[in-house]
Each structure stands twice: as structure tokens, then as C-alpha cells.
Design a binder for this molecule. Sequence first.
Ligand code: 4AD
Length: 432
Amino acid sequence: MTELISIKDAPKHVDEEVKMHVWMTDKRSSGKIMFLQLRDGTAFFQGVVLKKNVSEEVFEQAKKLHPEASMYITGTIHKDERSQFGYEIQISNIDVVTNTEGYPIGNKDHGIDFLLDHRHLWLRSKRPFAIMQIRNQAFKAIVDFFEQEGFIKFDAPILMQSAPEGTTELFHIDYFNTDAYLSQSGQLYAEVGAEAFGKVFTFGPTFRAEESKTRRHLTEFWMMEPEMAWMHQDESLDVQERLLQFVTKRILDNCEYELKILGRDPEKLRPTTEGHFPRISYDDAVKMLQDAGRDFKWGDDFGAPDEAYISEQYDRPVFIMNYPTAIKPFYMKKNPDNPKEYLCADVLAPEGYGEIIGGSERESDYETLKKQIEEAGLNEKDYEWYLDLRKYGSVPHSGFGIGFERYLGWICKLDHIREAVPFPRMINRLQP
Ligand code: 4AD
């Protein structure tokens, strides 16, 4: 019996006759030979139909195929050094399932709005294919990393009454006549998890009603938020460094084909020398900007161009540590050596990509945290359960959040992170 295989497995079946179910993305013909561009969700490759190798009926049928026609094919796998995938199939039979006309996405340069309007179809194209495969590998690698480090996955709710990252960017919901919000961060719940299980991570959709139309803002994005009991900020930075190294290595090892499709030079993701990610203070970063003649005042938050400038100075991710308290959220722990700043850090990705991780040590003292909640203008009642964590068995603890699409934006060298998620949500986009 001829084996049914996927395109990805073709290299294991050279010179064998195989069967596949595929879609045709494009077709070229020159008289007695036809080249079908095929995909099956695992890879893209070429099928060659030679008039002399197939029946008259099959050849005539192949001539009539339109993009996105679906079919079973039978044929023999050959090496094809010239192609991106490296293999092709010499087709001996085609069994058409559906043939359709008028597929809206072609080889021409469609504008981004057209492509986003057709995201439900665009996802079948090569570039989104490569990005989504890398997203999948990155997700699996993150899960493997945390498992290896003794974390458990701990789910935070999506509907909540707290506003961990400030009240200006909340999506409000009328929840049976009370106010509720879509989650801005699962962190406060991850802290519950850390006190119950030691080391946990959440992974879920996160919502920010940010009116920012930049290449790195989505209104719905995915965030992975690890939280570690008994861990101080410097140890949390070690975890972040190991995590980024682990996941990036996995992508370099497993996604060579996808990076090639994206035209992403893997060498840019490999630091040229051994060594840790640099750790510089907010003060150092401010000085760096000012020395470069940029208009930046101590106490301001970095804008995207500032972060781009700083991150371009390094060949690997860089930690910016200890921001002024006024520009960071209430739950962070103040630096005992300088109460004007928090024990926190953001990670900036190289090549100008800017912030991909934000994290901190958390305030673990009951009275101090209560005061910080008050000073942030939040309603203490909504945080009673959170304060309980400091009332009973409080320990030093730290955590961070990695913006999944931001990380992928850097790995895949995207112009805009909207390409890093299957169905991007932005101020003016809720469809498809
Ligand atoms: O710095 P943020 O706001 O930190 C938190 O939410 C903390 N509670 C995390 C924690 O300590 N557990 O967001 C964390 C990361 C950012 O570094 C960025 O990568 C990403 O989330 N992010 C966004 N990604 C896409 N679109 C947006 N609008 C984003 N806002 C933040």
C-alpha cells in the first residue's frame, strides 16, 4: 500500500512512491510539463506533472486547477537542491477533491489592509505559515523550559476586578451590574500561585485598551507570566536570561526552514561571543541617551525610539534595571538603597526591537503594599485578597511577563507584531 505522508516527511521517502493530501497554491505550465506549487500545512513544495507520466485525463484535469484546489496526489519524492524545501514530487496521479475559482490572494503585492481583511485566507500563505510554526515552537519551548525548571502552569482568570498595570488601559465590562475588566495581566493571580506552589507560570490572552497605533501594540496579546516565591530580582533576571536563550536556541535548531522563508538571518539571533546579557541601570540608560544628544529627561519613560537606540548598542537582549517609581505599577518593591526606584527591569531585544519583557521583585510587606495601593488611587477593597498574601506567610518573590508577540516580532524580524498572532486585534481591527 502506498503510504500517506506529509510534505514535511518527504525527505524520509526519497525515491519512494507516496500519497499526500495537498492544496495547490499556484501553477506554471509549459506544454508537456506542469509545475504545481503545493502546501499541506507542514511545508510547501513543488509537484511536477509530466504529460508522459500520467493519463491524458489527469493531465487535462491538472490543466484546469485553480489556486486553493484541494486534492490527493500520488507520486515519487526526489531531491531538488534548487528549491527552498529541497525536495519535490513527480506526480503520477491526481484525485481532485475541490477546484475553486477566484481565490483573492495571488502573487501580486497586496496592501496590508487587504491582507488583514483576508486574514482567514492569508494564514495559508508562506509567510504567515512560517511565523505561526515559529510561534508554535516558541510556545512548546517555553512550556518545556518551565517544566525543566520546576514550574507548574497556573491559569489566571480573564474577567477580573483588579487593574494591576494602571486604570487607564482597561476594557470595561458590565458584569451583571457590577464593573469588571478584561485581564491586563495575570500577575496578581500568579502571585497567589507562587505562594501555593512555589514556582508557576500563566499563559493567556491579555487586553490593553491602548490607543497606541504603533508597530508593537495590540489590544489583545498573549503573555507568559512566571512568578517565583523565595526569589529576589537578581535571580529572576537569571531565569529570564536562561528562558530567552533556551527558546531562541530551540527555534534556531528546529525552524531553519521557517527562518529561511522569512529571510531571517539566524546569525543575527546568535550573539557573536559567549557571555551574559548586559544589565544596565535606568540611570545608565538615561545617560546613554543624553550622551548621544537625545532629548531625554530623568524620570521619563522610554519611548519606542529611545528603546530602539539603547537596544541597537548590543548584540543580545539587555536588561534596563531600577526605573523611577513614578513610571511603574504599585506592586513593585522599592530599592532599599534608593526608595526613588523599584527593583524592576525590562528586557529590550536587539536590532531596535525594544521591550519584550517587564518584571520586578514584588513588595512583600503588608503595610508598605497597602500604602502603595492607596497612593496608586486604587480601591483597597478590590485588593483585600491580594493583601492577604502578605498577611499570611509572605516571602520575597519576583516575576516577569514576556509579551509573546513582541518576542516573536524580534525573532521573525517583523515590521509590526500584528503578524505574530493569528487574528490581530488593534484599535481599528476586530475582523476577521
Ligand atoms: O510591562 P508590562 O505591562 O508588565 C506586566 O504586565 C507585568 N504584570 C508582568 C509581570 O511582571 N508579570 O507587560 C509585559 C510585557 C511587555 O514587556 C511587552 O512585551 C508586552 O507585555 N506588552 C504588549 N505586547 C503587545 N501589545 C501591547 N499593547 C503590550 N503591552 C505590553
